[in-house]
Design a protein around this ligand. Structure first.
Ligand code: RB5
Length: 149
């Protein structure tokens, strides 16, 4: 799988651990965030860039990390076709793939530690969308809301 990853200045170290973990699992990684912390590295542009990469199908899934995961997920969710979910536990990460067909996961470097972050990423990338009719219907309703602007 090809995975786009992005972060802000709060998450450079955690991002590196996630990249190493994904590469060890055999995934290709597109690194779209800074590798060294600069407080001027704001999250919106990175969230948007990862969102556009996923929607363009240049990556299968995305991973976003900022202080809380919230700001960077809000930026990604402004891109049409993105379903970015903030998850602080592996069960939510699994269910958001299964039920919401989330295409980006976000979490906070100030909220989750390294091991928990890797468990969250593992659950997200190892789970496929269920494809169940009721979930397809609800996701289509989300798209309708998005299309109404
Ligand atoms: C940066 O201080 C912080 O606001 C950012 O990383 C993120 O948590 C925003 O949602």
């Amino acid at each position: 799988m090809k995975i786009a990853i992005g972060n802000d200045h709060t998450a450079c170290e955690l991002k590196k651990s996630v990249i190493a973990f994904l590469e060890e699992k055999g995934h290709g990684v597109i690194n779209m965030g800074p590798d060294t912390p600069d407080p001027d590295d704001d999250y919106p542009a990175v969230g948007e860039a990862v969102g556009r990469t996923v929607v363009a199908k240049e990556a299968d899934l995305g991973v976003l990390i900022c202080g809380t995961g919230v700001g960077i997920s809000l930026a990604a969710n402004k891109v049409k076709g993105v379903r970015a979910a903030v998850c602080s536990d592996p069960a939510t990460a699994r269910l958001t793939r299964l039920h919401n067909d989330a295409n980006i996961i976000a979490f906070g470097a100030r909220i989750v530690g390294r091991e928990l972050a890797l468990d969250i990423v593992r659950a997200f990338v190892d789970t496929e969308f269920s494809g169940e009719e009721r979930h397809i219907r609800r996701i289509a309703q989300l798209t309708e809301i998005e299309n109404r602007g």
